[in-house]
Design a protein around this ligand. Structure first.
Ligand code: GDP
Length: 315
């Protein structure tokens, strides 16, 4: 990648996009093209085309998406399917029209079948039914990676499609209902500690297994793959390590300093039982994550406390 070229980071205020911006700036990129949601609605095709005609980005990091945890996915199926289809189609189409050099597309490990072999290899895609709780988001992301692949095959636009495992880090959404498990529980443990509550409720049985990647590691892998991934196939990005939700809850209890009890609410959904990615394609190229889960949870908690202190996280 030529880091002095104009680079559009779509979704630069989100968890992933903000990490991309940090990583690009750290490496000296100065010509970043960023638009807030209020300035550019990525679901509007005409607006996106016009924006690309004006700014002519040479590289695109497509990190804009409607995202959320297990409950949000289940509650807003239309937004998760429609908005994501619109955003990614509009951007990929505009990038193709304006002769963009390379696009990075971000999917998710939920594109794989619920009962995929574990660890999940890239070729498990479309071999079985999806996990129902996030099928809407998954279907949109499968369409996005296929559209990227089609653009590469038919028109020669390189689209690097990354399928990251569950992500966390600074910039995450800490909304108690809509968030993913790490920010959701981090906030609940913190508030329980502050109010002196004697227990914290964790959704589900505690037995599901998940793999968590710090978003700075994802950004690092993204830049690495923009330079080193030549295939039109998608590529998994993870750590190769998994923890149960129970173990995660214990870690968060320790990180936040909550002294009470953890209670599991098995009336809430567990989601898919296990989700570990086979990252041998990526690791085979020599890339490895650098942030351990404990270290990442501690620094994310510090970030959360700072944001809370600055009044940036609503109660
Ligand atoms: P998923 O990997 O798509 O299922 O994403 P989530 O991060 O939403 O959920 C991961 C697992 O954590 C699921 O088994 C949830 O039931 C469990 N979980 C436990 N407590 C919470 C919570 O407070 N919020 C969320 N989102 N998940 C929780």
């Amino acid at each position: 990648m030529d880091l002095s070229a104009p680079i559009h980071v779509a979704g630069h205020q989100g968890l992933v996009g903000s990490a991309m911006v940090r990583a690009l700036r750290d490496r000296g990129a100065e010509n970043l093209i960023l638009r807030t949601h209020a300035k550019l609605d990525l679901t509007e095709q005409a607006a996106v085309r016009e924006f690309y005609r004006e700014t002519r980005p040479r590289y695109v990091f497509l990190a804009a998406a409607k995202v959320g945890g297990i409950k949000a996915n289940d509650t807003y199926p239309v937004e998760f399917l429609r908005d994501n289809l619109l955003i990614q189609t509009n951007i990929l189409d505009a990038a193709l029209r304006e002769g963009c050099e390379k696009v990075l597309f971000l999917g998710s490990s939920c594109i794989y079948p619920k009962h995929a072999p574990q660890p999940i290899p890239e070729d498990a895609l479309l071999t079985g039914p999806l996990e129902p709780t996030n099928q809407w988001y998954a279907l949109a992301k499968i369409s996005g990676l296929k559209l990227g692949q089609a653009m590469q095959v038919q028109y020669g636009l390189p689209v690097v499609s990354l399928m990251p495992t569950n992500l966390y880090g600074p910039g995450d959404n800490f909304d108690p209902e809509g968030s993913h498990v790490i920010p959701g529980l981090m906030r609940r443990f913190h508030e329980a500690k502050e109010t002196g509550a004697d227990k914290v409720v964790v959704w589900g049985t505690g037995s599901p297994l998940r793999e968590f990647l710090h978003v700075d590691d994802l950004a690092d892998a993204s830049l690495f793959l923009m330079d080193n991934w030549e295939s039109d196939e998608h590529v998994n990005v993870g750590t190769g390590e998994e923890v149960s939700i129970r173990q995660l809850a214990e870690l968060l209890k320790d990180v936040t300093g909550f002294a009470g009890e953890i209670v599991f609410d098995d009336t809430k959904p567990d989601g898919t039982p296990r989700k570990l990615l086979d990252c041998s394609s990526l690791f085979g190229l020599g890339w490895r994550p650098s942030v351990s889960l404990e270290e990442g949870l501690r620094s994310t908690y510090e970030w959360y406390l700072n944001e809370l202190g600055a009044g940036n996280i609503r109660g």
